[in-house]
Design a protein around this ligand. Structure first.
Ligand code: PXG
Ligand code: PLP
Length: 445
C-alpha cells in the first residue's frame, strides 16, 4: 500500500447519482471513490494504490488505461464522434466486427453490436426466436436458463436468469415461458476442486426432463454461462457442457453461451467455447471486448442462424432490432485497439500460463479461518466462506472492506469472494492478493 498525496481534494455531492446494485444509503455514508487507474492498480480518492483483483467488474482484461487503447479512443473522438449504423455505416464498426470474428469459435462469424451484456443477452434471445420463425418453427418460444445464472438485467435476462432478488420485484414483467436447469455447485461432493469438478455431469440430463415435459418443438434455446461468474464462480463439471450441447443438437434447440465474463481470455483461450471444446449457436460478449474503455457488447451468430434470418427474408429490413449506439465509433475503435493488444502481447496465452500459479495461490487459502470452498479455472477463482449465524453475507462484506483498506480490490456475492484479475497480472501480485486475503481472514470474526 503506497501513500500518495490526495489527488482528489474534495468529495463530490453524492446525492443525485442513484447507484446501481449498491446499498446507496450505506455507501453514501462511507464512500469509496476510485479516481484514476493504470495497469494493475487503481488510485483511491484518499491517495492509495489499490491492486485490482477483479479487473474492475471482470472487464479490464488488458489492464487499465493502456496507451494504445487510450490513443485509439482519443483519435476516434476527435475524428468522428458518432455515425448511425441504421441504414448507414462507418468503417470502425466493420473493422471491429472482423477482428472479433477472428476469435469467435466455429462459424460464429456474424457480429451484432449492442452496448452491454444485458443487451447482448436480450438480443441473443430475440435472434433465437427470429431464427426459428424464419424456418417456420414460430412455436418454439420457450427458453431454458439455469438457477444461479446471471444474464444481466433486461426483462429477457432476468427471466432466464436464476437469481431470486433480481426477479421477484419485477415478476409481472418476466417472459412467460422459461424453465431453469439446476445449478452445478455441490460443496459436499466437490469442495476444493482444482479446475473442473469430476462430479455433476449428470445435471445436464435435467434438460431431457424439461424437453419431455414441454416437447422439444416448443423450446427455442438454452442459455448458460460456461462458468457462472456473478453468483460466485461456479465451474462446470467435467463433461457437463458437452452433454448440454448433445441434447440441444438432438432436439433442434439452440445453445447460447453467455460469455460476458468468460470471453476474451479469462480461461486462457479467446472464449470458453474453445477452452471446453464446445461450440454454441449464439455467443454473447461485452466487458473485455474493448477492455471496458467504452460501453460495448455483441452477439456472435452462426452462419446457419444468420443466413436463415437474413437470406431467408423478403427484401427490406431482415431483423427488426438494434440500438442507436450499436457499433458506436468510439466503442468500436476501442475494440480494435484492444484486440490488437491482446494479440500482440499474447494475453490469452499469458492467462493460460499464469493459471496454474493462480490455482496454487488461491488454494493456499484452504485451511484458513472460515473457508469452506475454493474453486478456480483459468484466471477466475471463488472462495466461499461459512456465513455468520443469522447474517448471511456479512462476513464476506467485511473481508472485502478490510482487503480494500489494505489495498486489494476483491468482489463478493453472498459469502463468496470472487477474483478475476487483469490478464497482465504478475506472480508477485497474485501472491499479494491471496496473502492479503489470508491475513484479513485471520483478523475477521
Ligand atoms: N451476462 C453475464 C454472464 C454477466 O456476467 C451480464 C450478462 C450483463 O452485462 P452488463 O454489461 O449489462 O452488466 C453480465 C454482467 C459481479 C458483476 O459483481 C457481474 C456482472 C456485472 C456487474 C457485476 O459479479 N456481469
Ligand atoms: N426511447 C426513445 C424515445 C427513443 O427515441 C429511442 C431511440 O431512438 C430509444 C428509447 C432507444 O434508445 P437506444 O437506441 O439508445 O437503445
Amino acid at each position: 500500500m503506497t501513500e500518495r498525496s490526495t489527488p482528489y481534494a474534495s468529495t463530490p455531492d453524492l446525492s443525485a447519482f442513484w447507484m446501481p446494485f449498491t446499498a446507496n444509503r450505506q455507501f453514501k455514508s462511507a464512500p469509496r471513490l476510485l479516481v484514476s487507474a493504470k495497469g494493475m492498480y487503481y488510485t483511491s480518492h484518499d491517495g492509495r494504490q489499490i491492486l485490482d483483483g477483479t479487473a474492475g467488474l471482470w472487464c479490464v482484461n488488458a489492464g487499465h488505461c493502456r496507451d494504445e487503447i487510450v490513443a485509439a479512443v482519443q483519435a476516434q473522438a476527435a475524428e468522428m464522434d458518432f455515425a448511425p449504423t441504421f441504414q448507414m455505416g462507418h468503417p470502425k464498426a466493420f473493422e471491429a466486427a472482423t477482428k472479433i470474428a477472428k476469435h469467435t469459435p466455429g462459424d460464429l462469424k456474424h457480429i451484432f453490436f449492442v452496448n452491454s451484456g444485458s443487451e447482448a443477452v436480450d438480443t441473443a434471445l430475440k435472434i433465437a426466436l427470429a431464427y426459428h420463425r424464419s424456418r417456420g418453427e414460430g412455436q418454439r418460444t420457450r427458453f431454458v436458463g439455469r438457477e444461479r445464472g446471471y444474464h444481466g438485467v433486461g426483462f429477457g435476462g432476468i427471466s432466464v436468469g436464476g437469481i431470486a432478488p433480481n426477479r421477484k420485484t419485477f415478476s409481472g414483467g418476466l417472459l412467460p415461458a422459461v424453465d431453469h436447469l439446476p445449478h452445478t455447485l455441490n460443496i459436499k461432493e466437490a469442495a476444493f476442486s482444482k479446475g473442473q469438478p469430476a462430479w455433476g455431469a449428470h445435471l445436464a440430463d435435467e434438460l431431457e426432463r424439461i424437453v419431455t415435459l414441454h416437447d422439444a418443438s416448443t423450446i427455442a434455446a438454452v442459455i448458460v454461462e460456461p462458468v457462472a461468474g456473478s453468483t460466485g464462480v461456479l465451474i462446470p463439471p467435467q463433461g457437463y457442457l458437452q452433454r448440454l450441447r448433445e441434447i440441444c443438437t438432438k432436439h433442434g434447440i439452440l445453445l447460447i453461451f453467455d460469455e460476458v465474463i468468460t470471453g476474451w481470455g479469462r480461461l486462457g483461450t479467446p472464449f470458453a467455447a474453445q477452452y471446453f471444446g464446445v461450440t454454441p449457436d449464439l455467443l454473447t460478449m461485452a466487458k473485455g471486448t474493448n477492455n471496458a474503455a467504452a460501453p460495448l457488447g455483441a452477439v456472435a451468430a452462426s452462419a446457419r442462424i444468420h443466413d436463415s434470418i437474413v437470406d431467408g427474408a423478403p427484401a427490406g429490413i431482415e431483423l427488426f432490432h438494434g440500438y442507436t449506439y450499436s457499433g458506436h465509433p468510439i466503442a468500436a475503435a476501442a475494440a480494435c485497439a484492444t484486440i490488437d493488444l491482446y494479440e500482440r502481447e499474447g494475453l490469452f496465452e499469458r492467462a493460460a500460463r499464469m493459471a496454474p500459479i493462480f490455482e496454487q495461490a488461491i488454494h493456499r487459502l484452504r485451511g484458513e479461518r472460515h473457508v469452506i470452498d475454493v474453486r478456480n479455472l483459468g484466471l477466475v477463482g471463488g472462495v466461499e466462506l461459512a456465513p455468520r449465524d443469522g447474517a448471511p453475507g456479512a462476513r464476506a462484506a467485511e473481508v472485502f472492506l478490510r482487503c480494500y483498506q489494505k489495498g486489494v480490490l476483491t468482489r463478493y456475492t453472498g459469502d463468496i469472494l470472487a477474483f478475476s484479475p487483469p490478464l497482465i497480472i504478475e506472480e508477485g501480485q497474485i501472491d499479494e492478493i491471496f496473502r492479503t486475503v489470508a491475513e484479513v481472514l485471520r483478523e475477521t470474526e
